[in-house]
Ligand binder design. Structure first.
Ligand code: PLP
Length: 374
């Protein structure tokens, strides 16, 4: 059996180790310290604008804190893109609130502005105005930022921008992670850069950042005795892991180029296979191409490719199963147009790591070409 080709595996550049060593040498082995602050500053300068960043233990923790900061509580409703990873939606339930799922459009595969507006109007009619909108830049492709923003503004509902998969992507020249009232990033092991596990909350309001850090460190009041006036969380990022993040930030732009090169490689390799469709960047969108995705003609073909590659030790994965199809969310209200269901049936994510070798990419494309010749 040939060696395993992963969908997206961690890719160290070498500089991470020395940051980690510094943490050990200085004994900053805690969920605070100079690397945490340094990592936050690195992300802030990368995103440009006037972003303030709170480094946290995961992207999921960042979404949870963002919902707390947006005032989401028991009995509220929160609109969430249906086509996403479950971590976008789970924190809604942590808060005792109900997710309302909204379908995708075909240009970016992200939240459909028309369905969003229909959902907002109907929820208001039913007597419950949604407390927030969670929009996701899936696989690195920016959602329709202007359209979503306009609707959110019209109805005065804050946007939580889930940028977990899209660090390095831009929309009209501005970085993903700078559009929402609050945005989140993830540095999980499979993301474009990683701290092994980690995340961040991004805001342009320094007070929101300070409040996020306060809640993430058990909501301790500045008082010699531990004094608590609020329920807190243990969500801060470890200084050791922030050291990995500092190393990874030095190479982020190269990682974006490498992932984009994977996309180009696959697209040109399959140019003669009419059955396979790629998603181009709409005007103004620059995708980090976190994962390269293909659309096949049917679920049977999608499964055929997936299973034949699995037999060759190559990992692929269907596009995210929409949340409205998940048993755990079966009772959640949803606003559908069929797009995310069809994408789930036909779509497949190909191995997309920035560390894939020419030989590995070739194994993937050869296997898929063989499938279509058979
Ligand atoms: C990875 C991911 C998250 C969660 O991030 P973690 O750091 O793994 O908790 C949230 N949303 C999306 C879209 C993701 O891909």
């Amino acid at each position: 059996m040939e060696s395993k080709i992963w969908l997206s595996s961690p890719h160290m550049c070498g500089k991470e180790q020395s940051f980690v060593n510094t943490a050990f040498e200085t004994n900053w082995i805690a969920p605070l310290g100079p690397h945490v602050t340094g990592f936050e500053n690195d992300i802030q300068s990368y995103l440009k604008g006037n972003s303030h960043v709170a480094a946290l233990s995961s992207g999921t923790a960042a979404i949870h804190l963002a919902l707390v900061l947006l005032g989401v509580t028991q009995g509220d409703e929160v609109i969430c893109q249906s086509k996403t990873f479950s971590a976008s939606a789970n924190p809604i339930v942590y808060q005792g609130a109900t997710p309302v799922f909204v379908d995708s459009e075909t240009e970016t595969w992200n939240m459909c502005p028309e369905q969003l507006e229909i959902a907002i109007k109907e929820r208001i009619q039913k007597g419950k105005k949604p407390k927030a909108i969670i929009a996701v830049h899936l696989y690195g492709m920016p959602y329709k930022v202007d359209e979503i923003q306009k609707i959110a503004h019209t109805y005065r509902i804050p946007v939580l921008e889930d940028s977990a998969e899209s660090l390095g992507s831009t929309y009209n020249g501005a970085h993903c992670g700078t559009f929402g009232d609050i945005a989140i990033l993830s540095f999980n092991g499979n993301k474009i850069i990683t701290t092994s596990g980690g995340g961040a909350l991004v805001t342009n309001d320094i007070k929101i950042k300070e409040k996020a850090v306060y809640l993430a460190t058990q909501a301790r009041e500045p008082h010699p005795a531990y004094l608590h006036e609020n329920i807190g969380y243990n969500y801060r990022l470890s200084n050791v892991l922030a050291g990995i993040g500092r190393g990874q930030m030095t190479i982020l732009d190269e990682r974006v180029s490498q992932r984009r090169a994977n996309y180009d490689y696959y697209k040109s390799s399959f140019k003669d296979i009419d059955e396979l469709v790629f998603i181009d960047e709409p005007k103004g969108c620059f995708s980090n191409r976190w994962l390269t995705c293909i659309l096949t003609p049917s679920k049977a073909v999608r499964e055929g490719i997936r299973v034949s590659l699995e037999a060759l030790n190559i990992e692929t994965r269907p596009l995210w199963k929409p949340m409205h199809q998940q048993p755990v969310f079966k009772d959640a209200p949803h606003y559908l147009n069929g797009v995310s269901d069809e994408l789930f049936e036909k779509g497949l994510c190909l191995p997309s790591g920035s560390n894939l070798t020419e030989n590995e990419l070739n194994r993937v494309t050869s296997a898929i070409k063989t499938y279509f010749r058979a």
